[in-house]
Design a binder for this molecule. Structure first.
Ligand SMILES: [Zn+2]
Length: 326
C-alpha cells in the first residue's frame, strides 16, 4: 500500500525557483486535480455505502467511517456524505460537480435542503439549475428563501431558578401533533407544557432501556461474538425455550453485562469493534425466524447498522429491501 503522502512526495518540487507563468499553470492544474479527486472520493463513498462496507469494517454509519477511518473533521465528513447521497439520487449533480458549477460545499448544502424539505427529484433538478454556478453565499440565500424551516433559532431563557421560557417557531405539522395529543388525552384545555411532557415521557418510556431486577450475573470477559462462552449461570435449555419473541430478562441482562452496553460487532478483517452505544438491539446469531433460540450464546448486542448488516447476511439484500429502503 502506498504511503499517505506518496503522490505528494513524487510530484512535489521546490516551487521557489519556477517562473511565474509556470507557477500559475501548475496551480490551475493542482486545483483541477483537487476537484477531480473529490469526485473520485464521492464515487468511492457511494460504492462503500451501497455495499455497507462501513458497517463491515465496524462503523455504525457512513459518516462515522468518513470521520474516523478517513480522518476528515466532523463537518467535512458531513459535507461528503451529504453531497454523495444527493449525487446518487440526482445524476445531474455529478455533471455539475464535474464542470465545477457546483462545489462540494454547495452540493452538501443543497443535499441537506433537499432532505429537510423532502424535495422530489424533478424539484431538486429545478433548484439545481437555479443555484448552479452561483457562489456559496448566494446559494445559501436561495436555499433560505425557499426553506419552510423556522427561521429563528430556539431560545431558552431562565425566568426564575425553577422556571424557564422556551421560544420556538413551529410548523403546521407540529401544531397538528399538539392537537392530536390533546384529542388522545381527551382534554382540549391541556397546556403546551403538558402536551410536550406527555409526548416526551412516552418517548423516554419507549426508548429508555428498561430497568431490570438485578439478578446475580457472572462477569463475562469481552470476547468476539464467535468465541463467546456461556458464563457459569444456569440458563434455560434451548428445547424448553418457548417460541415467544420475548427474550428472558436474565438473558438480556447477561448480554448487556457482556457487551458493556456497546455494540458487539467486530470487523472480521481488522478486528475493530463498533463504538456505538445508542439504539442497541438484541440480534440472534441463528435468526429467531429460522428457529434460533433466546440463549446467551445465540444473542449479541448490536447497533442498528450491524443488526441490518446481519439481517442482510442472513436473509439476503433482496428479501430485506422492502424493510431497508435500499
Ligand atoms: Zn455497531
Amino acid at each position: 500500500m502506498p504511503s499517505k503522502n506518496s503522490v505528494y512526495n513524487t510530484r512535489m518540487k521546490n516551487l521557489t525557483s519556477i517562473p511565474n507563468e509556470l507557477l500559475h499553470m501548475e496551480t490551475l492544474q493542482a486545483a483541477s486535480n483537487e476537484k477531480a479527486a473529490t469526485l473520485i472520493l464521492l464515487e468511492h463513498l457511494a460504492e462503500i455505502d451501497r455495499r455497507r462496507l462501513y458497517a463491515m469494517r465496524g462503523y455504525a454509519s457512513l459518516w462515522e467511517y468518513v470521520h474516523k477511518a478517513l480522518q476528515y473533521s466532523e463537518s467535512q465528513a458531513y459535507d461528503r456524505v451529504s453531497a454523495m447521497r444527493l449525487m446518487v439520487r440526482v445524476p445531474e449533480v455529478k455533471t455539475e460537480l464535474q464542470s465545477g458549477k457546483l462545489t462540494l460545499t454547495t452540493t452538501a448544502k443543497l443535499g441537506a435542503h433537499v432532505r429537510r424539505e423532502k424535495l422530489r427529484p424533478e424539484e431538486t433538478v429545478s433548484l439545481l439549475r437555479e443555484i448552479s454556478g452561483k457562489p456559496s453565499r448566494e446559494v445559501e440565500r436561495v436555499l433560505v428563501s425557499q426553506s419552510t424551516e423556522p427561521r429563528k433559532p430556539d431560545r431558552v431563557k431562565a425566568v426564575t431558578p425553577e422556571l424557564a421560557r422556551i421560544t420556538l417557531d413551529v410548523d403546521q405539522e407540529f401544531l397538528k401533533l399538539v392537537q392530536k395529543v390533546k384529542d388522545l388525552k381527551g382534554n382540549s384545555a391541556l397546556s403546551h407544557q403538558d402536551v410536550f411532557k406527555t409526548a416526551m415521557q412516552d418517548y423516554v418510556k419507549r426508548r429508555q432501556p428498561k430497568p431490570e431486577k438485578h439478578e446475580p450475573v457472572a462477569a463475562v470477559p469481552l470476547q468476539a461474538p464467535a468465541l463467546l462462552r456461556a458464563p457459569e449461570v444456569k440458563t434455560t435449555p434451548e428445547k424448553q425455550v418457548t417460541k415467544s419473541r420475548y427474550i428472558p430478562m436474565n438473558i438480556r441482562t447477561m448480554v448487556r453485562v457482556r457487551s458493556e452496553q456497546r455494540c458487539e460487532y467486530a470487523d472480521p478483517v481488522t478486528k475493530r469493534r463498533c463504538e456505538s452505544k445508542s439504539g442497541l438491539q438484541f440480534d440472534h446469531i441463528n435468526p429467531f425466524a429460522k428457529g434460533g433460540a433466546h440463549t446467551f450464546q445465540n444473542l449479541r448486542h448490536y447497533c442498528k447498522a450491524h443488526n441490518t448488516l446481519a439481517a442482510i447476511e442472513q436473509f439476503g439484500g433482496a428479501k430485506m429491501r422492502p424493510y431497508l429502503k435500499l
